[in-house]
Design a protein around this ligand. Structure first.
Ligand SMILES: *Cc1c(COP(=O)(O)O)cnc(C)c1O
Length: 417
């Protein structure tokens, strides 16, 4: 007897032609706005034109005093660390599991990323922070993984008790909130990516948010030397005399990327509302599927749904390995089911295990990582299966086909053993 599973020769569940998810949504208005920028300015060295429009829009959207665009999220993170005064030898506590750029710029500042275990949702476990604090600890950096807000009240409580700065990487979480307060506004400063698939996208780009004037001037000195630093750092400020050179780096956003991001910013809340609907549907349907564990966000917590994650439970499917379950999903045509790759526990990365080849003399020797040190993060990472979350009502049918693919494999898992 042949199996109905597509992996074993049966007919695939998902019939729609691919790709099933593309981001960001681009329509004729978007095209016209980016094209118009070509005729307006393709280089914006000051806080003018489309760059000012985007930064004003971000300030209003997040309710902060300063938004500073950058060439990437990585650059924004680098700027945040320098601007917040992280110095050589300082330690910054970061979640063990995030995209590495949350922490990697610390190496260039000769500062030390100190990895902290995560909870089952992948976010930093606030109960594991205190044991990592030393006299050199300066800050806690938080990622809101897959757009699900971390427990900021607990993080802020630990930080306040120990006089540490709170910093945020909101790169998955534009517009996500906790009881009405947007992530990226809980600490001294935050960094966001505007890279291709991120909830708010300019293709490439990033930005820093802060309410603190000093952090703002320092961000300008780090990322926007010459015109902007000269115009915006007040004459009497100690950094003003460095305005022409800044720190020697130039990390400006491209105006075409700013035009795209500005167009998308006006649509962001619409995207998020649509995603919330489909995420609710997927959560309800998938949480009933043996082999998959899907947790709804706590009351008052609103994710951006950069991804919807399920934790695979082999024990519920006779020990069927996650690789085989995932391969069976892909065979059903549900090609967007993904296992996280480069967004992995950072103790598995050579930069965190042996930074010395790249950073000779880096003051890191007391924090050299190995696989196996973060059992929660490593287990959840290895068992995560994630989906993009669609935002249009007409995508519900596709979402339902993806659910049916998972149900089918769960029902027929014995044929894969
Ligand atoms: C994408 C991302 C970054 C880096 O942003 P880029 O714009 O790609 O440089 C940093 N942190 C997280 C969590 C990200 O997802």
């Amino acid at each position: 007897m042949t199996s109905p599973l597509a992996l074993l020769g049966g007919k695939a569940v998902v019939t729609a032609a691919g790709p099933h998810f593309t981001w960001p949504p681009i329509d004729d208005t978007t095209r016209a706005r980016v094209a118009a920028q070509l005729d307006t300015a393709i280089s914006v060295p000051g806080r003018d034109g489309v760059v000012a429009d985007l930064e004003d829009g971000l300030q209003e959207y997040f309710g902060v005093r300063h938004a500073i665009t950058t060439s990437s999220g990585t650059a924004a993170l680098h700027a945040v660390y320098w601007a917040s005064g992280i110095r050589p030898g300082d330690e910054v506590i970061v979640p063990a599991w995030t995209f590495h750029a949350t922490a990697s710029p610390l190496f260039s500042l000769r500062a030390v990323p100190v990895l902290c275990e995560t909870g089952p949702d992948g976010n930093i476990d606030p109960t594991r922070i205190e044991e990592l604090i030393t006299p050199r600890t300066r800050a806690i950096m938080v990622t809101h993984l897959w757009g699900r807000p971390a427990d900021m009240s607990a993080v802020v409580r630990v930080a306040d008790t120990h006089h540490l700065m709170v910093l945020e990487d909101g790169s998955h979480a534009h517009g996500a909130s906790i009881t009405g307060r947007k992530v990226g506004t809980f600490g001294l400063a935050s960094a966001f990516s505007l890279n291709g698939p991120k909830p708010l996208s300019g293709g490439e780009g990033g930005f820093v948010l802060t309410d603190d004037d000093e952090t703002y001037y320092r961000t300008l000195a780090f990322a926007h030397y010459n015109k902007r630093a000269r115009n915006e750092i007040p004459g009497g400020h100690p950094l003003a005399r460095y305005a022409v050179t800044g720190v020697g780096l130039k990390l400006r956003i491209h105006p075409l990327a700013a035009a795209l991001a500005h167009d998308q910013l006006g649509r962001l809340d619409g995207y998020l509302a649509g995603r919330a609907e489909i995420a609710r549907y997927l959560t309800r349907r998938l949480s009933g599927v043996p082999g998959l564990e899907v947790a709804a966000p706590p009351e008052g917590v609103v994710p951006s749904w950069y991804g919807l994650t399920a934790t695979y439970r082999p024990d519920e499917l006779g020990g069927l390995p996650v690789e085989r379950f995932h391969r069976a999903l892909i065979a059903e045509g549900a090609t967007e089911y993904d296992r996280p790759g480069s967004t992995c526990p950072m103790n598995l990365l050579p930069l965190y295990q042996q930074p010395h080849l790249l950073f000779p003399g880096h003051p890191h020797s007391h924090r050299r990582y190995r696989g196996g040190e973060f059992p929660v993060a490593e287990h959840v990472h290895a068992h995560t299966i994630k989906l993009p979350v669609w935002h249009r009502e007409q995508d519900l049918e596709l979402a339902e086909q993806y659910v049916r693919a998972a149900v089918k494999i769960s029902d027929h898992h014995k044929e894969l053993l």
